[in-house]
Design a protein around this ligand. Structure first.
Ligand code: DOR
Ligand code: ZN
Length: 356
Protein backbone atom coordinates (compact mmCIF):
# COMPACT_ATOMS: atom_id res chain seq x y z
CA UNK A 1 0.00 0.00 0.00
CA UNK A 2 1.32 3.43 -0.85
CA UNK A 3 0.56 6.41 1.34
CA UNK A 4 2.54 9.42 0.13
CA UNK A 5 2.57 11.49 3.32
CA UNK A 6 0.30 12.58 6.15
CA UNK A 7 -2.31 14.07 3.80
CA UNK A 8 -1.88 12.12 0.58
CA UNK A 9 -3.66 13.04 -2.64
CA UNK A 10 -3.87 9.40 -3.75
CA UNK A 11 -4.11 6.14 -1.92
CA UNK A 12 -3.40 2.83 -3.65
CA UNK A 13 -4.20 -0.37 -1.84
CA UNK A 14 -4.69 -4.04 -2.52
CA UNK A 15 -8.27 -4.44 -3.76
CA UNK A 16 -10.52 -4.77 -0.72
CA UNK A 17 -13.23 -7.34 0.02
CA UNK A 18 -16.50 -6.87 1.90
CA UNK A 19 -16.85 -9.63 4.49
CA UNK A 20 -20.56 -8.91 5.17
CA UNK A 21 -23.08 -7.51 2.70
CA UNK A 22 -26.78 -7.77 1.81
CA UNK A 23 -27.29 -7.84 -1.95
CA UNK A 24 -30.97 -8.93 -1.78
CA UNK A 25 -32.40 -10.60 -4.89
CA UNK A 26 -34.18 -10.32 -8.23
CA UNK A 27 -34.55 -6.93 -9.94
CA UNK A 28 -32.47 -4.97 -7.37
CA UNK A 29 -29.34 -7.09 -7.97
CA UNK A 30 -27.88 -4.94 -10.76
CA UNK A 31 -28.04 -1.95 -8.38
CA UNK A 32 -26.53 -3.59 -5.29
CA UNK A 33 -24.00 -5.76 -7.13
CA UNK A 34 -23.00 -2.79 -9.29
CA UNK A 35 -22.02 -0.74 -6.24
CA UNK A 36 -20.28 -3.56 -4.42
CA UNK A 37 -18.36 -4.87 -7.45
CA UNK A 38 -16.92 -1.48 -8.38
CA UNK A 39 -14.75 -1.47 -5.26
CA UNK A 40 -14.67 -4.98 -3.79
CA UNK A 41 -13.24 -8.11 -5.40
CA UNK A 42 -15.24 -10.48 -3.21
CA UNK A 43 -18.03 -10.26 -0.68
CA UNK A 44 -19.56 -12.55 1.90
CA UNK A 45 -23.21 -12.48 0.85
CA UNK A 46 -25.82 -12.68 3.59
CA UNK A 47 -28.54 -15.34 3.22
CA UNK A 48 -31.51 -13.51 4.80
CA UNK A 49 -33.63 -13.53 1.68
CA UNK A 50 -37.36 -14.28 1.64
CA UNK A 51 -37.35 -17.28 1.85
CA UNK A 52 -33.90 -17.64 3.40
CA UNK A 53 -31.00 -19.40 1.69
CA UNK A 54 -30.86 -22.58 3.77
CA UNK A 55 -29.36 -25.09 1.34
CA UNK A 56 -26.24 -25.28 -0.78
CA UNK A 57 -28.40 -25.75 -3.87
CA UNK A 58 -30.21 -22.46 -3.14
CA UNK A 59 -26.90 -20.71 -2.44
CA UNK A 60 -25.47 -21.84 -5.77
CA UNK A 61 -28.55 -20.64 -7.66
CA UNK A 62 -28.42 -17.31 -5.82
CA UNK A 63 -24.72 -17.04 -6.71
CA UNK A 64 -25.57 -17.47 -10.40
CA UNK A 65 -28.15 -14.68 -10.19
CA UNK A 66 -25.55 -12.40 -8.58
CA UNK A 67 -22.95 -13.24 -11.22
CA UNK A 68 -25.42 -12.37 -13.97
CA UNK A 69 -25.78 -8.91 -12.38
CA UNK A 70 -22.04 -8.09 -12.31
CA UNK A 71 -21.39 -5.12 -14.62
CA UNK A 72 -19.16 -5.75 -17.61
CA UNK A 73 -15.47 -5.20 -16.97
CA UNK A 74 -15.59 -6.10 -13.26
CA UNK A 75 -14.35 -9.26 -11.58
CA UNK A 76 -16.50 -10.07 -8.58
CA UNK A 77 -16.59 -13.31 -6.63
CA UNK A 78 -19.67 -13.70 -4.40
CA UNK A 79 -18.82 -15.85 -1.38
CA UNK A 80 -22.01 -17.57 -0.33
CA UNK A 81 -23.44 -18.34 3.10
CA UNK A 82 -26.20 -20.55 4.48
CA UNK A 83 -28.89 -19.42 6.90
CA UNK A 84 -28.75 -21.69 9.94
CA UNK A 85 -32.01 -23.15 11.20
CA UNK A 86 -32.73 -25.73 13.88
CA UNK A 87 -33.42 -28.12 11.01
CA UNK A 88 -30.14 -27.64 9.10
CA UNK A 89 -28.74 -31.20 8.98
CA UNK A 90 -25.00 -31.90 9.38
CA UNK A 91 -25.08 -33.35 5.84
CA UNK A 92 -25.88 -29.85 4.50
CA UNK A 93 -22.57 -28.67 5.94
CA UNK A 94 -20.76 -31.43 4.03
CA UNK A 95 -22.52 -30.32 0.83
CA UNK A 96 -21.62 -26.69 1.54
CA UNK A 97 -17.98 -27.58 2.01
CA UNK A 98 -17.72 -29.72 -1.10
CA UNK A 99 -19.32 -26.99 -3.22
CA UNK A 100 -16.27 -24.77 -2.65
CA UNK A 101 -18.63 -21.79 -2.95
CA UNK A 102 -20.15 -21.61 0.54
CA UNK A 103 -17.81 -19.92 3.01
CA UNK A 104 -19.86 -19.51 6.14
CA UNK A 105 -23.09 -20.30 7.96
CA UNK A 106 -25.07 -17.43 9.46
CA UNK A 107 -26.64 -17.62 12.88
CA UNK A 108 -29.54 -15.21 13.26
CA UNK A 109 -31.15 -15.49 16.69
CA UNK A 110 -34.86 -15.85 15.76
CA UNK A 111 -36.42 -12.42 15.33
CA UNK A 112 -33.19 -10.49 15.98
CA UNK A 113 -33.31 -8.48 12.75
CA UNK A 114 -34.58 -8.24 9.16
CA UNK A 115 -35.82 -11.63 7.88
CA UNK A 116 -34.55 -13.39 11.00
CA UNK A 117 -37.88 -15.01 11.84
CA UNK A 118 -36.68 -18.39 10.56
CA UNK A 119 -33.54 -18.14 12.70
CA UNK A 120 -32.51 -20.12 15.76
CA UNK A 121 -34.55 -20.17 18.98
CA UNK A 122 -32.05 -22.28 20.92
CA UNK A 123 -28.56 -22.68 19.51
CA UNK A 124 -27.99 -25.89 21.51
CA UNK A 125 -30.43 -27.57 19.15
CA UNK A 126 -27.83 -26.92 16.41
CA UNK A 127 -24.92 -28.59 18.23
CA UNK A 128 -24.57 -31.51 15.80
CA UNK A 129 -24.62 -29.23 12.80
CA UNK A 130 -22.08 -26.95 14.43
CA UNK A 131 -19.89 -30.01 15.10
CA UNK A 132 -19.99 -30.65 11.34
CA UNK A 133 -18.88 -27.03 10.83
CA UNK A 134 -15.93 -27.64 13.16
CA UNK A 135 -15.02 -30.83 11.29
CA UNK A 136 -15.28 -29.09 7.89
CA UNK A 137 -13.74 -25.83 9.10
CA UNK A 138 -16.65 -23.66 8.00
CA UNK A 139 -16.96 -20.50 10.12
CA UNK A 140 -20.12 -19.51 11.97
CA UNK A 141 -21.07 -15.89 11.25
CA UNK A 142 -23.01 -14.42 14.12
CA UNK A 143 -25.61 -11.72 14.53
CA UNK A 144 -24.68 -11.22 18.18
CA UNK A 145 -27.73 -9.85 19.92
CA UNK A 146 -30.10 -11.49 22.39
CA UNK A 147 -33.76 -11.24 21.46
CA UNK A 148 -35.22 -11.18 24.98
CA UNK A 149 -37.56 -8.16 24.83
CA UNK A 150 -36.86 -7.36 28.49
CA UNK A 151 -33.17 -6.70 27.72
CA UNK A 152 -32.49 -3.07 26.86
CA UNK A 153 -31.89 -2.72 23.13
CA UNK A 154 -28.53 -1.01 23.75
CA UNK A 155 -27.35 -3.94 25.93
CA UNK A 156 -28.30 -6.81 23.63
CA UNK A 157 -24.82 -7.30 22.16
CA UNK A 158 -22.84 -7.53 25.36
CA UNK A 159 -25.51 -9.69 27.01
CA UNK A 160 -25.31 -11.99 23.98
CA UNK A 161 -21.55 -12.32 24.41
CA UNK A 162 -21.97 -13.42 28.04
CA UNK A 163 -25.03 -15.61 27.67
CA UNK A 164 -24.64 -17.16 24.21
CA UNK A 165 -21.22 -16.67 22.63
CA UNK A 166 -18.95 -17.62 25.52
CA UNK A 167 -20.78 -20.90 26.21
CA UNK A 168 -20.89 -21.69 22.47
CA UNK A 169 -17.11 -21.28 22.14
CA UNK A 170 -16.62 -23.59 25.13
CA UNK A 171 -18.93 -26.24 23.68
CA UNK A 172 -17.18 -26.05 20.28
CA UNK A 173 -13.46 -25.66 20.86
CA UNK A 174 -12.51 -25.83 17.18
CA UNK A 175 -15.31 -23.66 15.77
CA UNK A 176 -14.16 -20.50 13.98
CA UNK A 177 -16.53 -17.58 14.37
CA UNK A 178 -16.99 -14.06 13.06
CA UNK A 179 -18.93 -11.77 15.38
CA UNK A 180 -20.53 -9.56 12.77
CA UNK A 181 -20.95 -5.78 12.79
CA UNK A 182 -19.71 -5.30 16.34
CA UNK A 183 -21.03 -2.16 17.99
CA UNK A 184 -19.68 -2.05 21.56
CA UNK A 185 -16.49 -1.69 23.57
CA UNK A 186 -17.37 -5.01 25.25
CA UNK A 187 -17.35 -6.79 21.87
CA UNK A 188 -13.97 -5.24 21.02
CA UNK A 189 -12.57 -6.42 24.35
CA UNK A 190 -14.04 -9.89 24.01
CA UNK A 191 -12.69 -10.46 20.50
CA UNK A 192 -9.30 -9.02 21.40
CA UNK A 193 -8.94 -11.45 24.30
CA UNK A 194 -10.41 -14.47 22.51
CA UNK A 195 -8.31 -17.06 20.68
CA UNK A 196 -7.38 -16.49 17.03
CA UNK A 197 -10.43 -18.50 15.88
CA UNK A 198 -12.64 -15.55 16.87
CA UNK A 199 -12.77 -12.48 14.61
CA UNK A 200 -15.13 -9.56 14.01
CA UNK A 201 -16.32 -7.34 11.19
CA UNK A 202 -16.90 -3.61 11.63
CA UNK A 203 -19.21 -1.45 9.50
CA UNK A 204 -18.47 2.05 8.22
CA UNK A 205 -21.61 3.40 9.90
CA UNK A 206 -20.65 2.10 13.35
CA UNK A 207 -17.23 3.74 12.89
CA UNK A 208 -18.68 7.07 11.74
CA UNK A 209 -21.79 7.56 13.84
CA UNK A 210 -22.91 7.32 17.42
CA UNK A 211 -26.49 7.05 18.64
CA UNK A 212 -27.00 10.83 18.56
CA UNK A 213 -27.24 10.37 14.77
CA UNK A 214 -30.61 8.69 15.33
CA UNK A 215 -32.06 11.85 16.84
CA UNK A 216 -30.31 14.85 15.22
CA UNK A 217 -33.06 17.48 14.98
CA UNK A 218 -35.73 14.77 14.93
CA UNK A 219 -36.07 11.04 14.33
CA UNK A 220 -33.64 9.81 11.64
CA UNK A 221 -34.87 6.45 10.35
CA UNK A 222 -32.06 6.23 7.79
CA UNK A 223 -29.58 5.86 10.64
CA UNK A 224 -31.49 2.97 12.18
CA UNK A 225 -29.72 -0.36 11.88
CA UNK A 226 -29.15 -3.45 14.00
CA UNK A 227 -27.17 -3.63 16.15
CA UNK A 228 -28.37 -0.10 16.86
CA UNK A 229 -25.75 2.70 17.02
CA UNK A 230 -24.27 3.10 20.48
CA UNK A 231 -22.70 5.84 22.62
CA UNK A 232 -19.56 7.73 21.54
CA UNK A 233 -17.32 5.67 23.86
CA UNK A 234 -18.27 2.56 21.89
CA UNK A 235 -17.67 4.21 18.52
CA UNK A 236 -14.22 5.21 19.72
CA UNK A 237 -13.45 1.66 20.83
CA UNK A 238 -14.48 0.41 17.37
CA UNK A 239 -12.25 2.97 15.63
CA UNK A 240 -9.35 1.96 17.88
CA UNK A 241 -9.92 -1.73 17.03
CA UNK A 242 -10.28 -1.16 13.28
CA UNK A 243 -7.16 0.99 13.08
CA UNK A 244 -5.08 -1.10 15.51
CA UNK A 245 -3.58 -3.45 12.93
CA UNK A 246 -5.02 -6.41 14.89
CA UNK A 247 -5.93 -8.98 12.19
CA UNK A 248 -9.01 -10.12 14.13
CA UNK A 249 -10.85 -6.98 12.98
CA UNK A 250 -11.73 -6.55 9.34
CA UNK A 251 -14.11 -4.79 6.97
CA UNK A 252 -17.76 -5.80 6.66
CA UNK A 253 -20.11 -3.05 5.50
CA UNK A 254 -23.43 -4.68 6.41
CA UNK A 255 -24.73 -2.50 3.60
CA UNK A 256 -28.45 -3.32 3.74
CA UNK A 257 -30.80 -1.67 1.25
CA UNK A 258 -34.36 -0.84 2.26
CA UNK A 259 -36.59 1.32 0.13
CA UNK A 260 -37.34 4.82 1.36
CA UNK A 261 -41.00 3.99 1.96
CA UNK A 262 -40.03 1.07 4.21
CA UNK A 263 -37.59 3.17 6.26
CA UNK A 264 -39.85 6.24 6.59
CA UNK A 265 -42.74 4.40 8.15
CA UNK A 266 -44.41 3.90 11.53
CA UNK A 267 -42.27 0.78 11.95
CA UNK A 268 -39.17 1.46 9.90
CA UNK A 269 -36.85 -1.32 8.75
CA UNK A 270 -33.34 -1.74 10.18
CA UNK A 271 -30.50 -1.27 7.73
CA UNK A 272 -28.14 1.36 6.32
CA UNK A 273 -27.13 1.40 2.67
CA UNK A 274 -23.41 2.20 2.31
CA UNK A 275 -22.26 0.20 -0.73
CA UNK A 276 -22.35 3.29 -2.98
CA UNK A 277 -19.40 4.80 -1.07
CA UNK A 278 -18.08 2.13 1.29
CA UNK A 279 -14.32 2.19 0.80
CA UNK A 280 -14.34 5.99 0.61
CA UNK A 281 -16.18 6.12 3.96
CA UNK A 282 -13.68 3.77 5.59
CA UNK A 283 -10.81 5.87 4.17
CA UNK A 284 -12.32 8.91 5.86
CA UNK A 285 -12.44 7.10 9.22
CA UNK A 286 -8.86 5.87 8.93
CA UNK A 287 -7.60 9.30 7.89
CA UNK A 288 -9.35 10.99 10.83
CA UNK A 289 -7.64 8.47 13.12
CA UNK A 290 -4.23 9.14 11.54
CA UNK A 291 -4.10 5.52 10.39
CA UNK A 292 -4.41 5.53 6.59
CA UNK A 293 -1.42 3.20 6.44
CA UNK A 294 -3.51 0.56 8.26
CA UNK A 295 -6.50 0.70 5.95
CA UNK A 296 -5.13 -1.97 3.63
CA UNK A 297 -4.72 -4.58 6.36
CA UNK A 298 -8.27 -4.00 7.61
CA UNK A 299 -9.92 -3.72 4.19
CA UNK A 300 -7.89 -6.06 2.01
CA UNK A 301 -5.78 -8.56 3.98
CA UNK A 302 -7.06 -9.75 7.36
CA UNK A 303 -10.45 -10.95 6.16
CA UNK A 304 -8.94 -13.00 3.36
CA UNK A 305 -6.48 -14.52 5.83
CA UNK A 306 -9.27 -15.44 8.25
CA UNK A 307 -11.37 -17.03 5.49
CA UNK A 308 -8.25 -18.83 4.23
CA UNK A 309 -8.51 -17.27 0.78
CA UNK A 310 -5.66 -15.64 -1.15
CA UNK A 311 -5.26 -11.91 -0.77
CA UNK A 312 -6.27 -10.07 -3.93
CA UNK A 313 -3.56 -9.42 -6.49
CA UNK A 314 -5.46 -6.41 -7.90
CA UNK A 315 -5.12 -2.83 -6.76
CA UNK A 316 -7.59 -0.05 -6.08
CA UNK A 317 -6.85 3.67 -6.02
CA UNK A 318 -8.64 6.43 -4.18
CA UNK A 319 -7.98 10.11 -4.75
CA UNK A 320 -8.72 13.19 -2.70
CA UNK A 321 -11.50 14.62 -4.84
CA UNK A 322 -14.66 15.87 -3.24
CA UNK A 323 -18.05 14.70 -4.48
CA UNK A 324 -21.59 14.84 -3.17
CA UNK A 325 -23.60 11.70 -2.47
CA UNK A 326 -26.93 11.86 -4.35
CA UNK A 327 -29.82 12.70 -2.04
CA UNK A 328 -31.77 9.72 -3.40
CA UNK A 329 -30.81 6.64 -5.40
CA UNK A 330 -33.27 5.03 -7.79
CA UNK A 331 -33.26 1.24 -7.77
CA UNK A 332 -35.27 -1.10 -9.96
CA UNK A 333 -37.63 -1.53 -6.98
CA UNK A 334 -37.99 2.11 -5.85
CA UNK A 335 -35.96 4.93 -4.29
CA UNK A 336 -33.63 4.60 -1.31
CA UNK A 337 -31.59 7.03 0.76
CA UNK A 338 -27.92 6.07 0.94
CA UNK A 339 -25.66 6.86 3.88
CA UNK A 340 -24.49 10.50 3.67
CA UNK A 341 -27.31 11.37 1.23
CA UNK A 342 -26.77 14.90 -0.11
CA UNK A 343 -23.52 15.33 1.82
CA UNK A 344 -19.91 15.73 0.66
CA UNK A 345 -17.31 12.98 0.58
CA UNK A 346 -13.59 13.80 0.57
CA UNK A 347 -12.33 10.61 -1.12
CA UNK A 348 -13.26 9.27 -4.56
CA UNK A 349 -12.67 5.97 -6.18
CA UNK A 350 -10.50 6.06 -9.27
CA UNK A 351 -12.22 3.68 -11.64
CA UNK A 352 -10.68 0.28 -12.28
CA UNK A 353 -9.76 1.19 -15.88
CA UNK A 354 -7.27 3.78 -14.69
CA UNK A 355 -5.62 1.53 -12.10
CA UNK A 356 -5.20 -1.61 -14.17
O1 DOR B 1 -29.44 -3.24 10.11
C1 DOR B 1 -29.48 -4.39 9.69
N1 DOR B 1 -30.01 -4.71 8.48
N2 DOR B 1 -28.99 -5.36 10.46
C2 DOR B 1 -29.12 -6.65 10.13
O2 DOR B 1 -28.68 -7.47 10.89
C3 DOR B 1 -29.83 -7.06 8.90
C4 DOR B 1 -29.86 -5.99 7.92
C5 DOR B 1 -30.85 -6.23 6.79
O3 DOR B 1 -30.89 -7.34 6.24
O4 DOR B 1 -31.56 -5.30 6.44
ZN1 ZN C 1 -26.10 -7.88 8.01
Amino acid sequence: MSVENNAPERLTLRKPDDWHVHLRDSSILPFTVGHTARQFGRAIVMPNLKPPVTTTAQALEYRDRILRAVPQGHHFDPLMTLYLTERTPPSEIERAKSSGKVHGVKWYPAGATTNAEHGVQDIRRCDRTIEAMEANDIPLLIHGEVTDPTVDVFDREHVFIEQELSPLLKRHPRLRVVLEHISTRQAVEFVTQAPARVAATITAHHLLLNRNALFTGGLRPHHYCLPVLKREEHRRALVAAATSGNPKFFLGTDSAPHLRRDKESACGCAGIYSAHAAIELYAEVFEAAGALDRLEGFASSYGADFYQLPRSSELLTLERRSWTVPSLLETQQGALLPLRAGEPMPWSLVTADTTA
